[in-house]
Design a protein around this ligand. Structure first.
Ligand code: GLA
Length: 382
């Protein structure tokens, strides 16, 4: 958690509203493996990180609500009985969406003011949106004694994203952000929404992110398209989600699906299996196997599921050329953002520098490197 962020939102809140706020920190996440499997009822392997969103929140007696995004220096005023989605791409939709979804559950939220600020790089695929949604729902739950469980809260956050932001996301991001455990990653079964924690200590190796610093447009619509493609294959198979399918099942309907959708469904089935194998590899501290699974995940995302981009592929290629990197792949929804790399600790910096140099030569653009710590999920800060 960043103390600086908390101090910033707190002092700004006192200055603006003249009253002590409740303080919430809500983290972003990484994902070791298991990409685009969550909305298919499969397994994912995320962890909350030490970057996130700090929010200061308190009741308002002015007759309306105010939300301030400090990073963007943007302020909005709104009333609770006239909530509707704002224009596409605006940050307030995360706030409006969460409030509206709480109201949909017949819980009563009163007027409130909120100020937030974050240090998750936008578009990095580290779930700044889930962190924001969770900070709002967590803060409101506390403030108005709504009695929501953490699971209810993440379902509210997810619905906000579906109905107000327009992305039909799965549950991974909100789950990881809310339930994160320091120094652990969570093998999450998205069918039951239950997870098993794995302590992550890769000894001589570590995880490192490299941000392409690009986010290609249309990524939201491509995301929704992928989800629909998976659902259409599941429908042909007469099952609820692709989690229930095997490669043999898919083979049987090969004539009924497009080659593109066949590959996408195959990717999902294989990625769910890789994620379970990764958990075993971590248990056995077999990092060579884990690394190979991570590379295979990227291969599938690039060639079968087709959600990568040249910048991500380039960074993974750089990793493959370096024997100290055991695995690398794109992370998150795709079309930009970060790669996650499993790299020898003593060589991490040198690899990052050489990859950054090659990247600059190739794209005339800087990439950014993040060494992350696995952290606790959304919580109150005293
Ligand atoms: C985004 C979504 C998640 C998940 C990933 C891909 O981060 O919000 O639900 O689907 O993409 O694994």
């Amino acid at each position: 958690m960043s103390v600086q962020l908390i101090n910033d939102v707190k002092s700004e809140f006192l200055k603006t509203f003249n009253i002590e706020p409740i303080l919430v920190f809500s983290p972003g996440r990484i994902n070791i493996i298991g990409e685009h499997t969550d909305y298919n009822g499969g397994f994912v392997f995320p962890a909350a990180v030490d970057k996130g969103i700090a929010a200061a929140i308190q009741k308002s007696d002015s007759g309306s609500c105010t939300a301030i995004a400090l990073d963007l220096e943007s302020t909005i005023e709104f009333e609770l009985d006239t909530l509707k989605p704002s224009k596409e791409g605006s940050w307030e939709n995360y706030v409006f969406g969460v409030v509206a979804e709480i109201q949909n559950r017949n819980k009563v939220v009163g007027d409130f003011n909120i100020i937030f600020k974050g240090n998750i790089p936008a578009g990095a695929g580290m779930s700044s949106s889930a962190a924001l949604e969770n900070s709002v729902v967590f803060g409101l739950n506390e403030l108005f004694d709504l009695g929501l469980t953490k699971t209810e809260m993440i379902l509210i956050s997810q619905k906000a994203e579906h109905n107000y932001v327009g992305v039909n996301c799965g549950i991974m991001d909100q789950y990881a952000s809310m339930f994160g455990i320091k120094n652990n990653a969570l093998l999450l079964d998205c069918r039951t929404i239950e997870s098993k924690a794995y302590e992550i200590d890769f000894k001589e190796h570590q995880l490192m992110l490299i941000n392409t610093n690009v986010k290609h447009s249309l990524s939201d619509s491509a995301y929704n398209d992928r989800r629909s493609a998976c659902e259409s294959v599941a429908k042909i198979l007469n099952i609820e989600t692709l989690r229930e399918a095997s490669e043999e099942d898919l083979e049987e309907i090969i004539d009924k699906v497009t080659p593109g959708n066949y590959q996408k469904a195959l990717y999902v089935i294989q990625e769910i299996e890789r994620t379970q194998k990764a958990a075993i590899a971590i248990e056995e501290n077999d990092l060579v196997t884990l690394g190979a699974l991570i590379y295979a995940s990227h291969y599938g995302l690039q060639n079968q599921y087709k959600v990568s981009c040249v910048e991500l592929d380039f960074l993974v290629e750089q990793a493959k050329k370096n024997k100290h990197v055991l695995g690398a792949r794109m992370m998150g929804g795709g079309f930009g953002g970060c790669t996650i790399n499993l790299v020898a600790k003593t060589e991490a910096k040198a690899f990052a520098e050489s990859a950054a140099k090659a990247y600059k030569n190739k794209f005339n653009n800087e990439c950014s490197v993040y060494f992350i710590e696995l952290s606790d999920g959304t919580h109150l800060v005293q």
